[in-house]
Design a protein around this ligand. Structure first.
Ligand code: BGC
Length: 488
């Protein structure tokens, strides 16, 4: 009921007919077009994921090769996140100025260069430089790829398209864990880092055959290119009407938005939702687990490095990939909110259980076998819950809630904030464990999930099945979005 009212109000405000409003991109893309768009998204996600997963396996080799201490290793680990943070800010500019495709092409070039610099680095400073460059590329792609996916996907499949990005991230992490195991050995770290150039090359090739976003063409006044692309996407009969509807949503835009516009009070609600989701995703502790699962499994009783690595590859890496399919299956049917709510409940309970297992053991060292088992099961439940909710839903919603006018920059800000939060959580996890112990650390993450749950229930509207224009119209004052009226 609320949904019907919302749709009606949104249409009235946008002035678009129901057909125009719900499908600016044709509902059924030609197969080859859909495949090439998906290839771009999937390869960009794989770059991101590989980068997240690879360092855990490469660190020991790097330490031995250069005989360096902890601080240098922390820099080698974390500066890629720093590069990604700046890359995601630049990615927003690039995507608006040069187009989604050109920006993604530049990202893949940076990533290839960064990977090769790392693989052949003669010294730690050069290695760090390679990490920064690759991280910058990852950050650019992390903004431009989901943005591209959200703009090219038919409204009814947008969740699925953007979730494919998350699926690719998880596959990238899994492949990296796997490569880490396979290449373990004295100089293996060079190949581990160098292998990252492969998805970079594949991404560059995929971009060459993919179409540019017609929405971007329309935005920069390239009307003929926009029409041509809409026709290529299967809108032979009504390309003009679709372009008119896109133009309508671009009407307020005369120049690139200023940062003031991005932070303007009228967009505060979507801005806060995007930033809130970006931070919440990291406060669940996901990357503490992705980066440090080996040592968590060690504390949970897995004695040898091989056992720990296997538990990480399969218990975390593979489960993460498989569970993302739950989101792909349900995100457009059930919606974003139910997945997010169910996932946050699962994450809160499983993190509380991990905390309980450590608390019961009464030590910060090895757990007894039953507590060890609880930890393993709870971590698997945590990963499942994250993978069908906060992982994909965060990126989906961030890429669909902002108005056209500020989308490029706003997505960039939310992505940068996500990287910043990831940096903080992964940089301070070990110190936090030292200061307050494992139990309270996991309970803290559980508490963040509970706070996040309440916030999602109160503040995050459902965006399933709505065109980007309808969503935008809701911020312009339509009452009753998902039962809540976003203030504009
Ligand atoms: C997050 C990453 C995380 C990954 C795990 C992504 O959505 O942004 O920080 O490592 O999910 O699957």
């Amino acid at each position: 009921m609320a949904e019907k009212k919302w749709r009606g109000a949104a249409r009235a405000l946008s002035g678009a007919s129901p057909d125009e409003a719900s499908s600016l991109v044709p509902d059924h893309l030609p197969f080859a077009r859909a495949a090439s768009i998906l290839a771009v998204i999937v390869l960009a996600g794989a770059l991101f994921g590989y980068d997240q997963g690879v360092i855990s396996g490469a660190l020991i080799g790097i330490q031995k090769a250069f005989d360096v201490g902890h601080v240098a290793l922390e820099i080698v680990t974390s500066w890629v996140t720093l590069g990604a943070l700046f890359g995601s800010l630049a990615g927003g500019y690039g995507a608006d100025l040069f187009g989604r495709k050109n920006t993604l092409f530049a990202a893949s070039a940076l990533f290839i260069i960064g990977a090769l610099v790392q693989a052949f680095a003669p010294s730690v400073p050069i290695l760090v430089l390679g990490r920064l460059v690759a991280g910058f590329g990852v950050g650019v792609a992390a903004v431009a790829a989901p943005l591209y996916a959200a703009e090219l996907a038919p409204a009814a499949q947008r969740g699925r398209f953007v979730s494919s990005y998350q699926l690719a991230i998880t596959i990238g992490i899994f492949v990296a864990y796997f490569v880490n195991q396979a290449l373990a050995g004295p100089d293996g770290w060079r190949s581990m880092l160098g292998v990252a150039a492969v998805p970079g090359v594949l991404l560059a090739l995929a971009i060459l055959v993919a179409v540019e976003s017609p929405r971007w063409y329309a935005k920069v006044g390239r009307r003929d290119d926009a029409l041509r692309t809409l026709v290529a996407l299967g809108a032979e009969k009504d390309a003009e009407a679709r372009l008119a509807a896109i133009a309508k949503s671009l009407r307020a835009e005369v120049k690139a938005p200023s940062w003031g516009e991005v932070f303007a009070p009228r967009w505060r609600t979507p801005l806060m939702i995007g930033l809130g989701l970006a931070v919440l995703q990291q406060l669940t502790g996901i990357n503490a687990i992705i980066y440090y699962s080996n040592s968590i499994f060690a504390a949970a009783g897995y004695a040898t490095p091989v056992e720990q690595a296997q538990a990480t590859t399969w218990g975390i890496g593979a489960v993460n990939v498989l569970s993302t399919f739950i989101a792909i299956a349900f995100i457009d049917g059930l919606g974003r909110r139910p997945l997010l709510i169910a996932g946050l409940i699962g994450m809160a309970l499983s993190l509380a259980a991990v905390g309980f297992a450590f608390w019961q053991s009464g030590t910060q060292g090895n757990l007894g076998s039953s507590a060890g088992l609880i930890t393993l099961v709870a971590l698997v439940v945590f990963i499942i819950s994250f993978a069908f909710s906060a992982g994909p839903v965060t990126w989906t919603v961030i890429n669909e809630i902002y108005p056209n006018e500020i989308r490029g920059r706003a997505v960039a800000v939310a992505t940068a904030v996500n990287w910043g939060a990831a940096f903080l959580v992964s940089a301070f996890f070990l110190s936090l464990v030292k200061a307050i112990g494992q139990a309270y650390t996991f309970w803290l993450f559980a508490a963040f999930c509970v706070i996040g749950l309440v916030w999602v229930i109160v503040a995050v509207p459902e965006t399933r099945g709505r065109s980007l224009e309808e969503i935008e119209a809701s911020w312009r004052g339509a009452p009753g979005a998902a039962g809540k009226s976003p203030k504009s």
